[in-house]
Design a protein around this ligand. Structure first.
Ligand SMILES: [Fe+2]
Length: 259
């Protein structure tokens, strides 16, 4: 029997995770158990029926990055075909919505950042197979983009399909390079940032756990004080900013302990 596009995507992603190197393995407690849980969840969707057909192309600019990234995919023939098919069939959207009320330098920084990140859900509330327990799909990032320190409740895997990036966990831990065929596992609420190399990056993302919580972005202000802002997922899957606050001391202590 031939699998559907999302069915083949999760089958190939699960197989790739079995083969791949996990970055920072020694720093993640229960890493192997987590990977087994991710793989079992992916595998449980192989034969699920496709019920959504909505599909938007990325913007023309992002489509050029996507073409570059797809042209240099690394992996088995089956893996490459599955990722290409998912990229063609899924519904692409810009992940972050810049608040129209934002002004000045912050607004233009946010625009540059927001316009550098696109996603296509394969499985999830807006995916080709709707689900509330698994979120997986493609995450496309502009070359050179820095996605600042952030944290969220879901536990996350990023499988690198194309391009190179550096991923950092916590405030003081040095970043590590993630290359095609490797993946990172980010535990629930662990602070992390991504810095793309000189080519567009295509990640295959997987989220398990709480999808609806806040995504907190951290930055140090001009006085050296850590601030954070909350982004919350809207019904259309795009994130919008809802809170800005000084990082609570207890959170700062936890972030410094992230190793
Ligand atoms: Fe993340």
């Amino acid at each position: 029997m031939t699998s559907s596009v999302p069915g083949e995507f999760v089958r190939q992603l699960s197989a790739a995770l079995e083969e791949a190197d996990m970055l920072m393995r020694q720093q993640i407690s229960n890493g192997a158990e987590w990977v087994s849980r991710f793989r079992a969840t992916l595998d449980s969707f192989v034969d699920s029926p496709v019920t959504a057909t909505l599909h938007n192309k990325p913007t023309a600019t992002a489509n050029a990055w996507l073409r570059d990234a797809l042209a240099s995919l690394d992996g088995s023939t089956e893996f490459v075909s599955a990722v290409q098919a998912a990229a063609n069939a899924a519904n692409w959207y810009q992940i972050y919505n810049v608040d129209a009320a934002e002004s000045g330098a912050m607004r233009s920084n946010m625009h540059a950042l927001a316009e550098g990140m696109f996603a296509a859900q394969v499985i999830g509330p807006r995916g080709l197979i709707p689900s509330k327990k698994l979120l997986t799909g493609l995450f496309l990032l502009r070359a050179g983009l820095h996605y600042p320190l952030h944290q969220h409740e879901a536990t996350e895997i990023y499988f690198c399909a194309s391009g190179k990036l550096r991923i950092q966990h916590g405030i003081d831990t040095p970043p590590q390079q993630l290359i095609p065929g490797q993946f990172s596992l980010t535990p629930s609420n662990r602070l992390h940032s991504l810095t793309m190399g000189d080519a567009p990056v295509l990640l295959l993302y997987i989220w398990l756990g709480e999808f609806g919580g806040k995504n907190w972005w951290w930055h140090k202000d001009d006085n050296g004080v850590w601030q954070r802002e909350a982004w919350e997922r809207q019904p259309d899957a795009v994130w919008a900013k809802t809170i800005t606050e000084v990082v609570p001391y207890s959170e700062l202590i936890l972030a410094n302990k992230d190793k």
